[in-house]
Design a protein around this ligand. Structure first.
Ligand SMILES: Nc1ncnc2c1ncn2[C@@H]1O[C@H](COP(=O)(O)OP(=O)(O)O)[C@@H](O)[C@H]1O
Ligand SMILES: [Mg+2]
Length: 317
């Protein structure tokens, strides 16, 4: 691969430099490519600047040969629209963007994720997203009467932030809270899947280029199993036991959202594993800690090998 792709200049879009960006820069160097970290917030549209109308700090009037999206800072609706707009523009200009802005949008919006999983026949707990507080309250009351709990999640949430159980929770009725603030006036509700044991666990499966490459169990006494919330990571084989089913399910989820790479959250249920959510800008430090191969290298090799063939041909012509 080194001879074919050497010399490519890859922009790593990130609002933070640290362990992940160091890993990616090293993996690019190992293939003879150069990486440069860029903050999408610092990228601009300036039509007089260049034929393509973009200003990407460090690239002068050039475009990168490829873009790897590692992090997008939160901001106002306008700011985030511009940041995603830059990624859309880069794709339209022929630059491979890994993950593409459309894939990032599908996975950041938990409602769209649930809908696309459902339509593709990928098993996921029943899910609702609605603006009407009255309708949401009726749903919570109905589910509660049937002895079920629902998880209320911020539509764009991550790292287990802002999750609450409503409905029938540990023997009592918990009503829907006010939806202002973190929920932005939207009720995204997913049926709660209770853990079969204590501590309980869920799974994170990393899918790269359509293939489930690594997985871990996230174990915690809390019902929210994010690493950022203190869950303990253990390696999970994709070869034996539940492994092949996890791999098939995570691959189907990544396919349903058309992701180059994805961190797929999967929960075990009595009826088999189900997908909770799909992360399009997934961190992998926790997973790397229990995985023997270099994850950043797998991402870089997939980007260079599968997505950059046309770019490499153009540069060599
Ligand atoms: N429907 C559910 N049933 C049981 N646990 C859930 C459910 N939804 C989320 N959780 C728990 O909360 C964690 C975070 O939820 P998730 O949907 O992945 O949002 P985030 O984007 O914040 O990671 C999951 O990893 C899981 O442990
Ligand atoms: Mg998650």
């Amino acid at each position: 691969m080194k001879s074919l792709r050497a010399g490519l200049r890859v922009a790593i879009m990130t609002d933070e430099t640290g362990w992940h960006t160091r890993e990616l820069l090293r993996a690019l160097r190992a293939r003879g490519c150069t990486g440069r970290c860029l903050d999408l917030a610092q990228c601009r549209i300036a039509t007089p600047h260049a034929w393509h109308g973009l200003v990407l700090p460090g690239f002068g009037q050039d475009l990168p040969d490829a873009v790897l999206v590692r992090g997008i800072a939160g901001g106002s609706f306008e700011q985030v629209t511009k940041r995603l707009g830059i990624l859309h523009a880069l794709r339209e200009l022929g630059v491979p963007v890994y993950n593409d802005a459309r894939a990032i949008e599908r996975s950041v919006d938990k409602g769209m994720t649930s809908l696309l999983l459902h339509v593709a026949g990928v098993v996921t707990p029943p899910t609702w997203a609605m603006e009407s507080t009255t309708a949401a309250q009726q749903l919570v009351t109905r589910e509660s009467a049937a002895g079920r709990a629902l998880v209320l999640k911020p539509l764009f949430g991550s790292q287990g932030q802002g999750l609450q159980r409503v409905g029938w929770v540990e023997g009592e009725h918990v009503p829907l809270p006010a939806l202002e603030g973190v929920y932005g006036g939207l009720a995204y509700l997913q049926r709660f899947v209770a853990a079969a044991s204590s501590p309980g666990h869920d799974f994170r499966v990393l899918v790269v280029g359509g293939v489930a490459l690594a997985a871990m169990r996230r174990i915690s006494l809390e019902w929210v199993h994010n690493v950022a919330r203190g869950a303990r990571c253990e390696p999970q084989s994709l070869a034996g036991g539940i492994g092949p089913a996890l791999a098939r399910l995570a691959e189907a989820a990544a396919r349903a959202l058309d992701m180059d790479y994805a961190g797929v959250d999967v929960i075990p249920t009595r009826d088999g594993p189900q997908v909770l959510e799909v992360n399009g800008v997934a961190a992998w430090q926790g997973l790397q800690g229990v995985t023997s191969f270099n994850i950043a290298q797998a991402l870089v090799d997939d980007l260079l090998g599968r997505r950059c063939a046309a770019v490499a041909r153009r540069l060599q012509a």
